[in-house]
Design a protein around this ligand. Structure first.
Ligand code: ATP
Ligand code: MG
Length: 234
């Protein structure tokens, strides 16, 4: 594994004029000049159990702590399962749902492939997660339609200045998404990996792309602890 100790020497200064959203993931902001650019669409890619949903909830929880409104669109897991998963880390989303600051939206992509913005507009949301966008690739016929649909979706998200995480399932090391389109249309790509060498297993985070950002290019060991995901060496 590469040495990650000095990675921040070039990534610590935050440039002026670009508004950034804190990610909530301990240690990550320092690697990407202070956070995600407001209005950016970021792909969070990884295999099963890599921590994509935890990362996503942690990001929204951070927004709620800053007084923002946030939406989690879930295409696979139930809202109740996600609520319970979050509670383990002390993130009580229900409290914010009651206040109208947070909403889980369960979407059945097989019934309707269009994304609605009614709730996001009503709540004046600033952060949204779509978990996972890979489901869309299963119902859209081909690569060019998928590219069109994603571009359309990202345009609608950007018109609303929503800073978005698109969760993507990667089946192996070489593929960041199922159709290989998502990583090209997103502004940034964060890869979460579960690795094993011999008897040792561990987790890694890698920033594969982050437009307009001089970001870390190292593989960062991470840990899922009682406060969520934490970067171990920054
Ligand atoms: N409290 C915890 N402490 C440490 N690790 C945990 C904890 N809770 C979950 N994990 C780890 O996180 C994994 C689940 O993370 P998460 O649900 O974010 O994965 P995912 O990438 O969304 O997976 P999938 O593609 O299946 O949806 C578990 O398999 C477990 O390894
Ligand atoms: Mg998940």
């Amino acid at each position: 594994m590469e040495n990650t100790k000095n990675v921040n020497s070039k990534a610590s200064a935050v440039p002026k004029g670009i508004e950034r959203m804190k990610t909530g993931v301990s240690g990550l902001d320092k690697l990407i000049k202070g956070g995600f650019i407001k209005g950016a669409t970021i792909l969070v890619s990884g295999g099963t159990g890599a921590g994509k949903s935890i990362f996503s909830m942690q990001y929204l929880w951070e927004g709620l702590q800053s007084g923002e409104s946030c939406v989690y669109i879930t295409l696979e897991e139930t809202a109740e399962d996600l609520r319970q998963d979050a509670l383990v880390f002390g993130w009580d989303f229900k409290e914010y749902e009651k206040k109208g600051k947070f909403k889980f939206i369960e979407k059945n992509i097989l019934e309707d492939t269009n994304f609605e913005f009614f709730d996001m507009d009503n709540m004046k949301a600033s952060r949204v997660v779509i978990d996972s966008i890979s489901l869309l690739s299963l119902v859209v016929e081909d690569k060019s339609s998928m590219r069109g649909r994603l571009k359309e979706l990202i345009k609608s998200l950007k018109e609303r200045k929503l800073t978005t995480l698109l969760v993507s399932e990667s089946l192996d090391e070489k593929h960041l998404s199922i159709l290989g389109i998502e990583e090209f249309v997103a502004d940034g790509v964060i890869i979460l990996k579960y690795t094993s060498v011999g008897a040792q297993a561990g987790r890694l985070l890698f920033i594969r792309k982050m437009r307009r950002t001089n970001h870390s290019e190292k593989l960062h060991p991470i840990k899922i602890g009682n406060k969520g995901i934490q970067i171990l060496s920054v």
